[in-house]
Design a protein around this ligand. Sequence first.
Ligand code: IVH
Length: 680
Amino acid sequence: MKDKDIQKQIDKLRRDIEYHNYRYYVLDDPVISDREYDLMLRELEKLEKENPQFFDANSPTQRVGAKPSKKFEPFHHSVPMLSLANAMDLEELEKWDERVKKALGKKEVEYCCELKFDGSSVSLIYKDGEFLRGGTRGDGENGEDITNNLRTIKTIPLILQNGAKPQHPMLGNSPTSDVGVDLSKELVIRGEVMMPIKSFEAINKKAEKEGGKIFANPRNATAGSLRQLDPKITASRHLEFFAYNIVSGLKVGSQSEALKKVEKLGFQPSFDYQVVMGLDKAKKYLEKIDKLKDGLPFGIDGVVIKVNNIADQDKLGFVSRSPRWAIAYKFAAEEQETVVENIEVQVGRKGTLTPVAHLKPVRIAGSLVSRATLHNKEEVKRKDIRIGDHVLVHKAGEVIPEIVRSLKEKRTGKEKPFKMPLNCPVCGTKVVEDERGILVKCPNKNCFAQHRETIIHFVSRAAFDIEHVGPALVDQLIENKLIEDAADLFSLTKGDLEVLERMGEKSAQNVIDSLELRKKVSLPRFIYALGITHVGEQTAQDLADQFETMDKLEKVKLKDLEDLFGIGEIVAKSIYAYFQDEKNKRFLDKLKKVGVKIIEEKKSKQLVGLSFVVTGSLRKFSRETAEEEIRKRGGRAGSSVSANTSYLVVGENPGSKYDKAKKLGIKILDEKEFTKMLSN
Ligand code: IVH
């Protein structure tokens, strides 16, 4: 064969293989079998080996072919890579829309809404339809030349599809041919390199086993993979590229047209984009993506809204380092990085020792988090959390802060492992472990900590709700031997209190008044205040509904408890055991003697069958009183939003429950509507 014919054959194979790459990796719609593909690739490899004069770095055989480099060369961006302005909330988004409309003199603007990919942005240069060079963003003016690493990414075409007419008998005319692009010009395309979440997890799992580097998130993993000196490592990381911007070399009338064009050139366009008229529709898109985001195979951290018309974009121009024609709306981060400043052990009402992480405060899903329970020593061991560790924190069930994992790659060696104390940190008694060796308890029933927590629980808002009696006063009262249990509170006199530090006459009177006021208490509050293991507010309410008086409840048989709807065996046993205990019997007697009276509540059936969750701060109610009003009317009040929630009652600064309820389509009541519902 003549050299010219060989070259022709090689060229054709390269183009065909690139086309099939595109069908397979970008369109996810292969038109030949894997075997046929392998045969073509092998044929090309053979021809290239026999004819080294036709070497080409853009041959599909060379995706992983480059040798490791010593360092990256600089990569200059002739058009700077800018960043996007952020809208922190809907209000800022609305303000941006107003400015755009005003500047363009339009009532409504057409927007192209896209996903905001959370990876590494890169710039790719093509010349004569072939991949020439590519670089990282760097400082926007100069990045690093990572061409060889980018070549390993299968969704970056090495040869553009435009005009390529694969002549495979099964194909006929390729839909990608004749895009009408003059490929002799330099073409600059920008977009995001991303690591699929599945690959991220697999890579970390492998690293954990082999003691390699663990990445905090797919974004860091992508950046790290792109900056490997050996392209073989990059190739093993399953990266993908999504194009979202044509910078030069191709004229288009709109952003959506640009996205269609890049797809025809062989790129994966920014998927799931949508062209809409006006901000209201853009907000709908935003809501839709927020719902869908956790199910995507890639990490996104928001959406980008762009003025679709390019002439309008040009009119709007840029301000400092961002275009005026685009804005990023970031979703509230539900996971944040912070530092474990200390791990303290708390002793609970039941004597259980619980390690609690003290965190450098971070804002997560709308609220400031500075503490996270570590549950038990097994959990600390399993997650290997040390004092000084950088950790990822999220809100479990959107309420309770929890440490997801420690970032071992950030360790300096100064971190201190946590050890469960052998003695109760409060009373010094030797601790005991449960059968499984997981829970550690202080066995001393007279432990100050247990006393204290029991009393604090008793006076808390959802229990007796005694104003002016908080943890600090409870501590003082116990220390001064003024009380031994919660019943003693009701025998306190003004004189007892006045001698305490920081307690004036007026404060003492306030305490006495609140105690007097709360001697009359409803049955559900009374039951809840006892602090029976496993009896929360709702169970207390259920028990009150079923038994109606304390007398009946105190005399209940285990069998009857077990038959109650909604109460499991363990809870039933715990309730039964509580009322069998002599010490508890004496305590209940004592409460009667000091004048505590259970008052009957008029209960209506108004909200029977409905379940509520209260979130945010209401003006006229505390969360507890709002819940009490609901329960009084036969409704149920819970703390986490689910598909079974009938209404979410929303006050100010509602946080993530609000988002979740909206996602689930749950009816939302503001305070006014809620008050109206109660009074109906
Ligand atoms: S367009 C002139 N579109 O967000 C700026 N950027 O904060 C043009 N990003 O560095 C950028 N998804 O890495 C654009 N659909 C998208 C994007 C996107 C993610 C990133 C990009 C950029 C950063 C800006």
